[in-house]
Each structure stands twice: as C-alpha cells, then as structure tokens.
Write a protein that binds this ligand. Sequence first.
Ligand SMILES: NC(=O)c1ccc[n+]([C@@H]2O[C@H](COP(=O)([O-])OP(=O)(O)OC[C@H]3O[C@@H](n4cnc5c(N)ncnc54)[C@H](O)[C@@H]3O)[C@@H](O)[C@H]2O)c1
Length: 358
Amino acid sequence: MAPKEERRLKVGILGCGQIAQAAHFESAAKARNTDLYAICDVAEDLLRRMAIAHGAEKTFTDYDAMLADPELDAVVIATADAFHVPAAKAALEAGKHVLCEKPLGMAVEEVEELRDAVRTSGRLLQVGHMKRFDAGLQSAKSFIEAEMGEMLALKAWYCDSTHRYAMTDAVQPLIVKSANARRPPTNPKADLRRYYMLAHGSHLVDTARYLGGEIVEVEARLRESFGAYCWFVDLAFASGAMGHLDLTVAVRMDWHEGFQIYGEKGSIIAKTYNPWFYRSSDVEIFREETGATTRVLGADGHFYRRQLEGFADAILNGTPVPGADIDDGVASIRAMVAIRDSVRSGKPVKLADVAGSV
Ligand SMILES: NC(=O)c1ccc[n+]([C@@H]2O[C@H](COP(=O)([O-])OP(=O)(O)OC[C@H]3O[C@@H](n4cnc5c(N)ncnc54)[C@H](O)[C@@H]3O)[C@@H](O)[C@H]2O)c1
C-alpha cells in the first residue's frame, strides 16, 4: 500500500452495515491520506465487532456525539437512503465535511434544501458515485475532454445479473448483521421500481452525466416480465448529443455493464465489471488520427478507496473535487424522477420540470 501521508483526514463512518463493511472501513484504513478515526452505529453489538475488526480509534452509538468530537474532520454517510439528507445536514451544521453514499437522497425538494445547506456551510459534500474513480472511466473522460471533439451519441447499460449474489458472496467479507440496526420506517424494497432505480439507476445516470454532461430531457419506457425490470431511456444532452440508457434488473446472464460513445475524432467502448471484483473497466479508445486503439490498464481498481483519497485531497490540499459534487447529486435525483414521470405519462420529460420523489 502507498505509505500514509503526514497530513491525514480524520474520518468518522456513520453506519456499520453492508457498504461500510465491504468498502468504507477498509478504504479509510488503507487510504494514504485518511485515518479511520471513528465509527458510529445505533446497533451496539455491530459497533463493537466492527471496532475490533477495523481498529477505529473511537466508537459512538449516538451520531450527534460523534459530530461533537472536535478532532473529527469528515463523515462518510453509509446508512439507508432515507437517512442521507438529515445525516448530511447535521454533519454540515457541526462543521464537518461529508462523503454521502449514493443516491444523495430520495426526492428533489430534500436534496435541493441540502444544496442550500452545503452552500452556506462552506464545507465539501461529495456523493459516493465511486465509478468516477474507475481508471477506465477516467481515461474515457480525459479523451472526451481533450481529444474527441463533438460527441454524437452515448449509449450506456447497467444490467444486474441473476448470479450477482453468488459472485459477491464469494469475494466480499462475510457481512455481519444486527437485529438492532436502524431501518427506515418503510421497507425500501416494498416498491421495487423505486428501489432498483435508486440503487442501480443512480449509478447509470451518474456514469452518463460524468461522460456526456448535463441531461436536459428523458423519454423512458419500462417493461416488467418474469420478475425482471427493463428501462430503456432516450436522453437529450445539453450538448446536443443523443443518449440511450438500458437499466435491467436482472439479466439472465453475467453482470453486463458498459458504454459506447461516438465522437468526431474517435470512439470509445467499455466493459465494466461487478464492482466487488475491484477491477477497473476495460475501456478501448479508438483515435481516428492514428487508426489505433488504446486501453489503460487501471491496475488499482479500489474505487471506494480512491474516492475517499480524492475527497481528502480536496479538503486537505484544496485540489478540485474529483468526484460527484452536490450539483451532480441533485441532477441525478432529477433525472431519476424524470424517468419515473416519463414511464407514467409515455411522454418526454424535461429535468427542469420535475418535483417529488423517485
Ligand atoms: N456505492 C455502492 O456501490 C453502494 C453499494 C451498496 C450500498 N450503497 C449505499 O450505501 C447505503 C447504505 O447501505 P447498506 O446496505 O450498508 O445499509 P445498512 O442498512 O445495511 O446499514 C446501515 C447502518 O446504519 C445504521 N444507522 C442508520 N442510521 C443511523 C443513525 N442515525 N445513527 C447510527 N447508526 C445509524 C444502521 O443501524 C445500520 O447498521 C445505501 O444508501 C446504499 O444505496 C452503495
């Protein structure tokens, strides 16, 4: 591992659940510029076990008590979606920086209120769209910005696999659960359309925005059959480029994720792996000028650790925020609400016109 740097961000992680255990504890401990300073969960049994396993300096069952710790610099919010906005607001009010798991929230109004809170706080809020820290996607982004010229069209797909749990169970640590964990008042899986859009669609929309820029309008269809959900979404980008998204949960095949971009001076085709393999996407960039294709190796595929390092760099050294910022988080929620509205009405929907929850 890269040696620890002298100046490090003291990070506190809210939530000791699945994503904290599979990604954030290890990321904060391994990152060159952070310390896993504190962890917090209302479930005391879970908290104790995680403190022993990951060696956090301090433990809290009360979030406000963690936020009151003057040594704490920043929090990672790793709770259920319904708790993201209130937890982020409380952290900003306490003067802490925030890395908030995706999606930023569940409704347009609450994330716009959070945007106001970020602006008045002067603190950094980054959204955990960790695919922006995939070296393959980053190579595509650099090519688009520096060499590709005009973008004609972008297609992106994110198709979860019926075999995903067989794969993730094999590579993730055994996830410890607690009956004392805090759950949202309504079961997030009670509405699967909404759940799949928030859990998976949020990744797909962010990838499209990261590479294609602002989305202004969507026209979406949804087909549900044999327990599978398939959204096909036409996009209009502010640049004039056309886009198409395919969100399918779950395909009867291997994990199927990637994108294809047609540009003026070249094209890109990408295959993305199930994130838990920590393998960067295979991104092939064809340059019309040379008539050749290149592919970055992207050997360090720990997107979660790299996103935390980028977040800490921005706070400690004032480098530009390399991840999704508050405006990206809000735009993603608007796009998902627009997709929902378009499915219902059968008509195109402008992102600027939407309200309510995903
Ligand atoms: N980026 C990714 O690839 C990725 C993958 C999986 C999950 N996620 C996101 O991570 C988030 C968390 O998912 P999860 O499956 O780990 O959730 P989880 O419900 O398993 O764990 C959350 C934990 O937070 C604790 N908690 C909640 N509110 C608290 C409070 N106020 N004070 C103290 N403890 C509190 C709960 O007790 C629970 O143990 C979700 O938003 C999800 O979308 C992201």
